[in-house]
Design a protein around this ligand. Structure first.
Ligand SMILES: N[C@@H](CCC(=O)N[C@@H](CS)C(=O)NCC(=O)O)C(=O)O
Length: 261
């Protein structure tokens, strides 16, 4: 029997583990997930796997972790790069995996890590409340400079001649890069806590609404809609497996919900 796919991550927020869930859900691949376990149990399991006691694997730094048979790996983009070719979601041409990985890394850098650093600009170990002033300053500068830069970049990718008629980042071939961009950038409504360019729209609803209504990034928002409408993704988003944003990478702090000045 083939080894199961095992996602090891914290519970209670989609977090970085969500990118791994989305690729598995899109492919309809069975997997186990620590999500339904209580947080204490999740921490215990994560700590065990980070310890380096898993034979043949080094100690890793942080979750998400992914286990497949004897192989234990970390780093979101690395896990996606492992799964992409196995699940047929890494492109169809020679070397597409590197194109897909570049796009996924760019989305994770700009629309995930940078957004996290808006609520924790000094250090993750301090509470948001202990770095509020810096967080507001960073958020203002981020929506002014970085948000348009990132959305403009993705609009350029989606408008590039090479992409032809699309509808996906790599022409007509759906890849996990589309899923990563969706998750980082899906439009959310704060009231229902559904994922924002999902994450970014959750954290900065005012700035994202303004960006959406500007008409400058229509291709980006169209991609979000197209990914959301894929049957397996739509079913997953409607299921109780899809967790709400709360204390993870994407957080809504009213003070930080600013428009570009
Ligand atoms: N680049 C890594 C970042 C991993 C990461 O920061 N994980 C968080 C949880 S989502 C964590 O536990 N960080 C601990 C730390 O940075 O000290 C990835 O994408 O997997």
């Amino acid at each position: 029997m083939a080894a199961p796919y095992e996602l090891i991550y914290y519970t209670g927020v989609p977090g970085r583990g969500e990118h791994v869930r989305l690729i598995l859900e899109e492919a309809g691949a069975p997997y186990t997930d620590t999500r339904p376990l209580p947080m204490d149990k999740c921490r215990e399991i994560v700590t065990h796997y980070l310890s380096g006691e898993e034979q043949g694997n080094p100690p890793y730094y942080a979750p998400p972790l992914f286990k497949h048979g004897d192989l234990l790996i970390s780093q979101t983009s690395n896990i996606l790069m492992y799964l992409g070719p196995k699940l047929g979601l890494a492109g169809s041409r020679e070397n597409d995996i590197y194109r897909v990985n570049a796009l996924a890394l760019t989305a994770l850098d700009g629309l995930s890590n940078e957004v996290h650093d808006c609520h924790h600009p000094i250090v993750s170990e301090l509470y948001y409340e202990d770095q509020k002033e810096e967080s507001l300053r960073r958020s203002k500068e981020w929506v002014k400079h970085r948000l348009p830069k990132h959305l403009g970049y993705w609009e350029k990718v989606l408008k590039s001649e090479d992409r032809g008629q699309g509808p996906w980042l790599l022409r007509s071939t759906f890849t996990y890069a589309d899923l990563v961009l969706f998750q980082a950038s899906s439009p959310i409504t704060v009231s229902t806590c559904r994922p924002c360019l999902d994450g970014v729209q959750f954290a900065f609803p005012k700035a994202m609404k303004q960006a959406r209504e500007s008409g400058k990034y229509d291709s980006v928002f169209q991609l979000w809609k197209d990914v959301k409408a894929r049957p397996n993704i739509a079913a997953y988003l409607d299921s109780d497996r899809r967790q709400k944003y709360d204390w993870g990478i994407y957080r809504y702090y009213p003070d930080n919900d600013v428009l570009p000045e």
